[in-house]
Ligand binder design. Structure first.
Ligand code: C2O
Ligand code: CU
Ligand code: CU
Length: 481
């Protein structure tokens, strides 16, 4: 990819898109594919009326390449970005990260997929005898639709605290997504690209739930597949699943109803962003202001059932359906972390300020703490009992989930693995969801690549990926020295 333009295509609805030059073609809303070890070299052009960045979520990048919002591209500006792709095969993604405007820009359509491939990935597809159309990478996002029209981003103050939800799901920007697949295995790499909605993914044939196999998470393939009936996928998390479509006519992917355990108060702090004061919204709508009441929109609450997408299985019999391998990659369990330094953080809710990390609202110029280069640390993160589920995301470094404690509600029933963990905790993660009252221990390896771009102090971010929580200051900077 040589050139990536970020543009607004509709000032009334505020819709935006990426346009990339890929192999001498201009592609709108591209899904980028890269091989591990490949170099990325392109120019990013910001044609939006707001500052923006392109953050490559999940990739191990130096501060200058990460697009994390320390140095946004001004409206009309451009930036050259060059880096090597070092991560394991899996589904990664790119999205804007200008502090205070992230939720609005992502909802406007700016969420692109990056599929990384390597040998393990190819081996799995070959074993499954995957028909080319049976491999899909999908960004699932809830959007607000009223009278058949997409509604622009217009959260009221309470939605700016708790999250902007939609009433319909889109996959890769399309409503009512339906994909034709051949009989045999189907491999789905799925991203929750919602601003705020948690999904409890399951598959149905008619009224019957159909089990599937989890083969990968945020940072690539598991060591071995796990058969599941349902899996939580919160904003920014990814799952790689395979499901057997043979002998079925149609499969519907849904988000099942669940108790979101929303326990935070109804108080409505007034978030104020300097970005909001300087730049007009993408659509002509009030953001984080105005009366709470809204007539036209009936939005299902977090945890309500929501249809996601469907697979239509073609009649034609496939010649051979492969087998699901019992070994997917060399990934082992998290290993030994006792004896590593423990860093503690708390997620809290304040009636005055909303959701915060360690009682401290985000400040762009602050460095909350520093980590030694190549250190291995255990992060102990505790969510308050009076809270909600927070998908916490670490930039730059994949991590392992070591242990969960204090899990209640719907996640508890899914904690089938050792140390109170969920099946998705067995993979490499860059985003981990903490339910109210939960404490989660993470093993983070701050190994820095041997690359001049990584020399000197490198700043990264740790934040909630509910984008309204993130814009609402639930974010901290830290440095690797
Ligand atoms: Cu997906 Cu800090 O971002
Ligand atoms: Cu990120
Ligand atoms: Cu949050």
């Amino acid at each position: 990819m040589r050139r990536l333009v970020i543009e607004r295509i509709d000032p009334v609805l505020g819709r935006c898109r990426y346009v990339a030059d890929v192999d001498d073609r201009r592609v709108a809303q591209p899904t980028l594919v890269a091989r591990r070890g490949e170099r990325f070299d392109g120019v990013i052009e910001n044609a939006l009326p707001q500052p923006t960045t392109v953050h490559f979520h999940g990739l191990t990048l130096a501060e200058s390449q990460d697009g994390a919002g320390f140095d946004p591209i001004a409206p009309g500006g451009r930036r050259r970005v060059r880096f090597e792709v070092r991560n394991r095969s899996g589904l990664y993604w790119f999205h804007p990260h200008p502090h205070g405007l992230t939720g609005e820009q992502v909802y406007a359509g700016l969420a692109g997929l990056l599929v990384l491939v390597d040998e393990d990935d190819a081996t799995l597809d070959a074993a499954l005898a995957l028909a080319p159309r049976n491999r899909l990478a999908l960004a699932l996002a809830d959007v607000r639709v009223a009278q058949g029209l997409l509604r622009p981003y217009a959260p009221r103050p309470a939605e700016c605290v708790h999250g902007w939800l939609g009433n319909r799901a889109m996959a890769n920007g399309a409503l009512d997504p339906l994909y034709r697949v051949a009989p045999g295995w189907v491999r789905l790499q799925l991203l929750n690209a919602c601003n705020a909605r948690g999904l409890l993914l399951a598959f149905r044939e008619g009224d019957t739930q159909v089990p599937f196999h989890l083969v990968g998470t945020d940072g690539g393939l598991l060591g071995a597949p796990r058969e599941l009936e349902r899996v939580f996928l919160h904003p920014a998390e990814r799952v790689d699943v395979v499901i057997n479509a043979s002998g079925r006519a149609r499969l519907d992917a849904v988000s099942l109803e669940f108790d979101p355990r929303q326990r935070a108060g109804t108080a409505v702090p007034q978030p104020s962003h300097h970005a909001r004061k300087r730049y007009a919204p993408l659509a002509n709508e009030a953001v984080c202001e105005g009366p709470e009441a809204r007539q036209a929109d009936v939005v299902p609450p977090d945890g309500a059932e929501l249809p996601l997408f469907s697979l239509q299985v073609e009649e034609r019999r496939s010649a051979k359906a492969g087998g699901l391998p019992q070994r997917l990659s060399v990934l082992a369990d998290a290993g030994e972390w006792s004896g590593q330094p423990v860093r503690r953080m708390r997620l809290d809710f304040s009636e005055q300020q909303g959701f915060l990390i360690d009682h401290t609202p985000y400040r762009a110029d602050e460095i909350a703490f520093s980590v030694a280069r190549d250190a291995r640390e255990v992060w102990e993160i505790k969510n308050s009992p009076i809270s909600t589920a927070h998908p916490m995301h670490l930039h730059g470094f994949g991590f392992r989930v070591l242990r969960r404690q204090g899990t209640f509600g719907p996640a508890r029933a899914l904690a089938t693995e050792s140390a109170g963990r969920l099946a998705t905790d067995l993979g490499v993660k860059d985003t981990v969801t903490l339910w109210p009252n939960e404490t989660v221990w993470l093993g983070v390896d701050f190994a820095m690549p041997e690359d001049p771009a990584f020399r000197g102090r490198q700043r990264y971010m740790f934040h909630c990926h509910n984008l309204e929580h993130e814009d609402g200051m639930m974010m901290r900077n830290f440095a690797v020295l």
